[in-house]
Design a protein. Structure first.
Lengths: 218, 224, 275
C-alpha cells in the first residue's frame, strides 16, 4: 500500500513541479506556434531562399531528439558566448522542436482545402485578402486543429526532458524524491497523477475543440 | 574554430560511433519486438469483446498520455522494487519502447484493418475465398500498405526517444559524449559545443533517411 | 438597380479565336474557338470527356489564362490572349468584373464555414458593398425561388448534394451576373437529385437569364438549349443556332456518332433464328 502521509506531504512539491512544467510548456508552445506560422507561411508563399532554410530547419528539428537539442543549446552554445538561463534554454528548445511540428500541421491543414474554394471566392469577386480572411483562414484553422492539439500534448510530454538540464519540473521532483527517500511507489504515483491532471483535461479540451471547429461534424 | 580539434583526438569519433551503435541497437531491438506485440494488440483491438476493447483502450491511452521519460522511470524504479525484478537500464528501455511501440503500432494495425472496405471481404466471400485466404491474399497486402509508412515513422520516433536512455545511466552515444567532454575539460574547454554538435548530426543521419523512406512510401501508396 | 437593368438589356458574351495551351503540351486544349451567347439565351456546350468544355468555361470565368483570341462581355473586351502565359495564374480582372460573370462548379464549392445565408450574402456585402439587410432579403427571395427558404440557417454539410447546388446557384444569382456559367453541375449528384437542380436551371432559362452550360445530360441539353456547340479535342465540331435541329438532324457525321452514344437500341434477333 501507498504511504499516504508521504504522498500528502510531498504533493505540494509536485504542484510546484507542475507549475514549472506548465510555464515552460506554455511559453515553448507559444514560440512553437509562432515559428510554425512563420515557417508555414514561407512555405506556402514559396518565398525563395527562406523556403529552403525553413525546409532544412524542419528536417533538422524533426529528426533529432529534444534532449540532444537541449544539451547543445544549454551546454554547447554558452561556449560561443551565448548566456542564458535553463528556463530560457528550455523554452527555446521546445520552440525549436515544436515549430517544425506546428508548421507541418498548419501546412497540412491548409493543403486539405480544395482549390475550388479559392476559385469560388475568385468568381464571386472576393479580393485575395477577403478570400484569405473569410474563406481560407477559417477553414485552415478548422483543418489544422487536430494536428495542432496533438502537438500541444506532444510538447507538454516532451517538456519532461527539461529535468535533464536541472529544471525542477514534475519529472525532476520524482527523480529527486526517489533518489532521496526510496519511497519509489509514492513518488511514481505522484508523478503519474500529476501528468494525468495536466494532460487529461488538455486532451479532452482538444477533442472538444476539434468537434467545435469541424464544419463537417458540428 | 578553436576546440574543433577535439574531434581529431584519437578514439573520439570511434568511441562516439560505438555509443551510437548502442543507441541504434536498443532502437532496433525495440522496433523488432514492437512488430509482433503491435500485431497482437491491433488484433485484440478489433475484437468485439467489450472487456478486451476496454483493456486495450486503457493500455493505449495510458501509454499515449504519459511522457516516455515518465514511463522509463516507472519501469526502471517501479518494477525493480515491485517484483524485485532487477531490470537493468538497457532492459528497462527496451521494455518501455516495446510497450510504447506495440501500443502505437497496435493502433495503426487496428486503423489499417478497419479502413479496408467491407466490400473487399464481401467480394472475397462471393469469389469463394476461405477466411484465411481472404486475410492473407486480400486484406493483409492492403493493410500493409497503410501500415508500413507509419511503422517507419514510428521507428524514427523510437530512435529519437532512445536518447532518454542516458538519463537512466545507459552508456550510449550521449553518455560517451559526456565522458569525452569531461576527460578533455581542460585541454578543450569548448569541446562541449563540438561533441554535442556531432551527436546532433549523428541522430540526424540515422533518422533523416528513415523519414525520407516513410514519406516516399506514403506518397507512392497514397493514391492506390 | 437601374444600372443592373441597363447592363443586362444588351449583355452578351463573345468569344473570338480563343486559344488555350498548357505548359509542356504540344497541342492546345482549345484551338481557335469562336462563338457568342446572345442576351437572354441559353448556350450549351456538349462533347466527350477531355474535349476542353470545362476548360473553356474556366477561361471565361478568368480561372485560366488564355494564349490567343479575346473574350468580350457586353461589347467590352475582358480578356486578351497572350502567348507565353501558360503557367500564369488566374486573370487579374477586377472584382467588379468578376461579379458580372457568375459560375457554378461541379461540387464542393459552398463555403463550409458559412451558413446557407452566409454563403449567399458574402459577396454582395463584401464585394458590392450592399446593405446586409437588403442582401439577406434578396437571398431569402432567391432561396424561396429554388425551394430552400426553410434551410437558410443550415450549414452546407447538413444539405444534400442537390440542395447545395441550388444554394450555389442562388449565391451566383444574387450578384446579378450578365452571364451565368454552369460546369457540369449535376455530374457529382445522385440521380434522384439531378432533377431538382435541372428544374431550377430550366426556370432560370424561362426568366431570361443568359447562361452558358456544360453538361452530360443530353435530354436536358435538348430541353434547355437555344444554341449549342459540340466540342471535341479542343475544336468546335458542330455549331448550331438551332439546338433542336442539332439533335434531330445533325450536320456532321461526328455529331451523329456522338449523339448515338446516348441511345440504346437492343437489337433483338428475329425469333426464327434463335429458335
Amino acid at each position: 500500500m501507498l504511504d499516504w502521509a508521504f504522498v500528502s506531504h510531498y504533493a505540494p512539491f509536485f504542484v510546484k513541479g507542475a507549475e514549472i512544467t506548465l510555464i515552460i510548456s506554455v511559453f515553448g508552445i507559444i514560440l512553437a506556434v509562432v515559428t510554425g506560422l512563420v515557417c508555414a507561411g514561407i512555405e506556402i508563399a514559396r518565398v525563395p531562399v527562406l523556403r529552403q532554410i525553413v525546409r532544412i530547419y524542419i528536417e533538422l528539428s524533426r529528426n533529432t531528439p529534444l534532449l540532444v537539442q537541449l544539451y547543445f543549446l544549454y551546454f554547447g552554445l554558452p561556449k560561443l558566448g551565448v548566456v542564458w538561463s535553463a528556463e530560457q534554454c528550455a523554452i527555446v528548445g521546445l520552440g525549436f522542436l515544436g515549430g517544425s511540428y506546428m508548421a507541418e500541421a498548419m501546412r497540412g491543414g491548409l493543403e486539405t482545402i480544395p482549390e475550388v474554394q479559392r476559385e469560388s471566392a475568385y468568381v464571386l469577386g472576393l479580393s485575395p485578402w477577403q478570400t484569405l480572411s473569410h474563406v481560407v483562414v477559417p477553414q485552415a484553422i478548422s483543418t489544422s486543429i487536430p494536428g495542432v492539439v496533438a502537438n500541444v500534448i506532444f510538447l507538454i510530454k516532451e517538456s519532461s526532458v527539461v529535468s535533464a538540464i536541472a529544471l525542477a519540473d514534475v519529472m525532476y521532483m520524482a527523480k529527486d524524491l526517489i533518489g532521496m527517500y526510496y519511497d519509489t511507489y509514492e513518488s511514481l504515483f505522484l508523478l503519474i497523477v500529476t501528468y494525468l491532471v495536466i494532460l487529461l483535461p488538455i486532451s479532452l479540451l482538444g477533442t472538444w475543440l476539434e468537434r467545435r471547429f469541424d464544419y463537417e461534424r458540428r | 574554430m578553436s576546440g574543433a580539434e577535439i574531434l581529431l583526438e584519437p578514439g573520439v569519433i570511434p568511441r562516439l560511433l560505438q555509443g551510437l551503435w548502442v543507441t541504434v541497437w536498443i532502437a532496433g531491438v525495440s522496433v523488432a519486438l514492437s512488430v509482433p506485440v503491435g500485431l497482437i494488440v491491433g488484433w485484440l483491438m478489433t475484437m468485439k469483446n467489450p472487456v478486451v476493447r476496454l483493456l486495450t483502450r486503457i493500455y493505449l491511452d495510458f501509454i499515449r498520455i504519459m511522457p516516455q521519460l515518465a514511463l522509463l522511470f516507472i519501469a526502471f524504479y517501479g518494477f525493480a522494487q515491485a517484483w524485485n525484478w532487477n531490470l537493468d537500464a538497457t532492459g528497462a528501455c527496451v521494455f518501455v519502447f516495446v510497450l510504447w511501440g506495440g501500443a502505437e503500432l497496435g493502433d495503426l494495425v487496428r486503423g489499417a484493418l478497419e479502413s479496408i472496405p467491407k466490400a473487399q471481404y464481401e467480394s472475397s466471400y462471393v469469389l469463394g475465398l476461405s477466411g484465411w485466404q481472404t486475410f492473407t491474399k486480400v486484406i493483409l497486402p492492403q493493410a500493409l500498405r497503410r501500415l508500413l509508412p507509419a511503422s517507419v515513422n514510428l521507428a524514427t520516433r523510437i530512435v529519437k526517444t532512445t536518447s532518454l536512455a542516458v538519463l537512466l545511466g545507459v552508456v550510449e552515444v550521449i553518455k560517451v559524449g559526456q565522458q569525452i567532454i569531461d576527460a578533455n575539460r581542460f585541454q578543450y574547454p569548448t569541446g562541449t559545443l563540438w561533441i554535442y554538435g556531432v551527436i546532433f548530426l549523428m541522430y540526424f543521419i540515422v533518422c533523416w533517411p528513415l523519414s525520407i523512406v516513410a514519406r516516399r512510401l506514403e506518397k507512392r501508396w497514397k493514391h492506390d | 438597380m437601374t444600372e443592373q437593368v441597363a447592363r443586362t438589356t444588351q449583355a452578351s458574351l463573345d468569344v473570338r479565336h480563343l486559344v488555350k495551351q498548357y505548359a509542356n503540351a504540344d497541342k492546345p486544349v482549345l484551338n481557335d474557338i469562336s462563338f457568342s451567347v446572345p442576351h437572354g439565351k441559353v448556350f450549351v456546350i456538349v462533347g466527350p470527356s477531355g474535349s476542353g468544355k470545362s476548360t473553356l468555361l474556366r477561361t471565361i470565368a478568368g480561372l485560366e489564362p488564355i494564349q490567343g483570341g479575346t473574350i468580350s462581355l457586353n461589347g467590352e473586351v475582358i480578356e486578351t490572349g497572350k502567348p507565353g502565359t501558360e503557367s500564369a495564374g488566374r486573370s487579374k480582372r477586377s472584382s467588379e468584373l468578376r461579379t458580372r460573370v457568375g459560375m457554378v462548379f461541379q461540387s464542393y464549392d459552398l463555403f463550409p464555414n458559412k451558413t446557407v445565408l452566409g454563403n449567399i450574402t458574402l459577396a454582395p456585402t463584401l464585394v458590392q458593398k450592399r446593405d446586409k439587410a437588403e442582401a439577406e432579403q434578396e437571398a431569402i427571395a432567391l432561396l424561396e425561388r429554388v425551394g430552400l427558404a426553410d434551410r437558410k440557417n443550415a450549414w452546407p454539410h447538413e444539405l444534400s448534394g442537390g440542395q447545395r447546388q441550388r444554394v450555389a446557384i442562388c449565391r451566383a444569382l444574387i450578384l446579378h451576373p450578365e452571364v451565368l456559367l454552369f460546369d457540369e453541375v449535376t455530374a457529382a449528384l445522385d440521380p434522384e437529385m439531378v432533377r431538382e437542380v435541372l428544374d431550377v436551371m430550366l426556370e432560370l432559362a424561362d426568366s431570361g437569364q443568359t447562361m452558358l452550360i456544360v453538361t452530360h445530360e443530353m435530354q436536358f441539353a435538348r430541353a434547355i438549349a437555344d444554341q449549342i456547340i459540340l466540342l471535341e479535342g479542343g475544336d468546335i465540331v458542330e455549331q448550331s443556332d438551332d439546338a433542336e435541329a442539332f439533335f434531330t438532324n445533325p450536320k456532321t457525321e461526328r455529331a451523329r456518332r456522338f449523339l448515338r452514344t446516348f441511345e440504346f437500341d437492343r437489337h433483338r434477333k428475329p425469333a426464327e433464328t434463335t429458335a
